[in-house]
Write a protein that binds this ligand. Structure first.
Ligand SMILES: NC(=O)c1ccc[n+]([C@@H]2O[C@H](COP(=O)([O-])OP(=O)(O)OC[C@H]3O[C@@H](n4cnc5c(N)ncnc54)[C@H](O)[C@@H]3O)[C@@H](O)[C@H]2O)c1
Ligand SMILES: O=C(O)[C@H](O)COP(=O)(O)O
Length: 391
């Protein structure tokens, strides 16, 4: 029986992927084997040694101490692309709200008093204050062309916008999905000089913190729109507020409001709503629950942010899995210990990613506690699991 601790509400469709005969799930579980969460901030939490896997039902993992988990040989899974359409739709909504002054116009309309005739007079007199502009012929800059950025770029093209993209680390999969109509910016500065609106879709990491800066905002034409549904910190909020106050930037659409941002009339603040659709919550929960289950049951690794992909069909015998530092002779030392214990290797898979290597070994026989301890004792082994044979 595996124990799963949930740190946020996880869609029941996802939790149903973990059969109750094998999985106990709850928000008060002690000594869990796995943790499922959304945006719960884990950095200040003491993560029990029992934890073997962490599953983020979403995209961003900046709320999880991934490096610490890597050093403990614990994979962190996420749900790549599972909420991308939801975010794309909110980006488009934000762009439309900003360019048509929808928020302030709605506030005006809801503040009108009087009978129907008076309302009609006020509406017709007041609408001139909310004249907007249309998206075709405008240029959108998309920073980060991953699951969300590609969808936003392609959708904006289909709405008639010119689209300029920037992502020096673009994956082959994203490049395949990106419309050929999206132009490539040669640098971030190049992107800002061309764009009436800029939207960010990068993870919050050192390299992306503050990339929407005072200097870059000045490069944009007057009246520009900034959309940040990625993470607070990617835009320099102080610089954006200064640019709004000067009248250079027209609107800041943000999914991560702060006290200062929320009270500004030119800020459209959403309550971290990007992934909050029934579809996205279900997609994310199902995807990450499957990954955590496949790992706990079989040692399979799919969609981990810190481990290599690893899948080997079960041959029916006992399986051991080892995460270790990616240095020479680890597999040699492990197989020597197995040979010394008289254990034959039926099948073996060894993969690496950055500093971590991961090995799956199916054995023709049962492994003793003594041999497990010897493998755990090899310098560089970060974690080891023994999975009972499967019929
Ligand atoms: N508001 C929400 O509810 C919500 C929902 C989902 C994701 N997000 C945020 O959006 C981010 C992106 O999500 P995604 O699903 O598209 O992730 P993704 O991993 O598919 O895409 C991220 C892209 O950013 C690119 N990138 C990384 N560093 C970069 C840099 N310095 N400059 C330019 N590009 C860079 C990567 O190459 C990748 O293509 C997440 O990390 C998360 O923080 C927010
Ligand atoms: O990174 C993400 O996937 C989003 O920020 C969604 O976060 P949430 O699951 O807390 O809505």
């Amino acid at each position: 029986m595996y124990k799963i601790l949930t740190l946020n509400n996880i869609s029941s469709l996802g939790l149903q992927r973990l059969p109750r005969e094998d999985y106990e799930i709850g928000s008060e579980i002690s000594q869990p084997d796995g943790i499922l969460l959304r945006s719960f901030k884990m950095h200040d939490m003491v993560i029990p040694d029992s934890v073997k896997a962490i599953g983020r039902a979403g995209a961003g993992v900046n709320n999880i101490p991934v490096d610490q988990m890597s050093s403990r040989g614990v994979p962190v899974f996420n749900a790549p692309g599972a909420n991308a359409n939801a975010v794309k739709e909110l980006v488009l909504a934000g762009l439309l709200m900003a360019s048509r002054n929808i928020n302030s116009a709605m506030k005006f309309a809801s503040g009108i008093e009087g009978d129907d005739a008076a309302i009609s007079v006020a509406v017709e007199a007041g609408k001139k204050n909310f004249v907007g502009s249309e998206l075709p012929s405008k240029t959108l800059g998309v920073i980060g062309l991953g699951a969300i950025g590609v969808r936003v770029a392609n959708a904006a093209l289909s709405l008639g916008m010119k689209v300029v993209g920037y992502d020096p680390l673009i994956s082959v999969q994203s490049a395949w999905q990106l419309s050929s109509g999206v132009e490539k910016a040669i640098s971030l500065d190049h992107l800002f000089t061309q764009c009436d609106a800029v939207t960010v879709h990068v993870p919050l990491i050192d390299a992306t913190r503050g990339i929407v800066s005072a200097e870059r905002l000045k490069l944009m034409p007057k009246g520009g729109i900034i959309v940040n549904l990625a993470r607070g910190g990617i835009c320099d909020d102080t610089a954006v507020l200064a640019s709004l106050n000067k009248g250079h930037t027209s609107t800041y659409v943000i999914d991560f409001p702060t006290a200062e941002l929320m009270k500004h009339p030119k800020v459209l603040a959403f309550p971290h709503l990007g992934a909050s659709t029934n579809e996205a919550e279900e997609n994310c929960a199902v995807m990450v629950a499957d990954s955590v289950r496949d790992f706990l049951d079989d040692g399979t690794v799919v969609n981990a942010v810190n481990f290599p992909e690893a899948f080997m069909p079960r041959n029916g015998g006992t399986r051991i899995t080892i995460a270790n530092a990616n240095v020479p002779n680890m597999v040699g030392q492990i197989s020597t210990l197995l040979a010394n214990a008289g254990l034959n290797i039926a099948d073996l898979l060894n993969k690496s990613r950055g500093d971590i290597a991961y090995t799956i070994i199916d054995l023709d026989g049962d492994i003793s506690e003594e041999t497990v301890a010897a493998i755990r004792g090899i310098n560089g082994v970060l974690s080891m699991r023994t999975l009972p044979s499967k019929a």
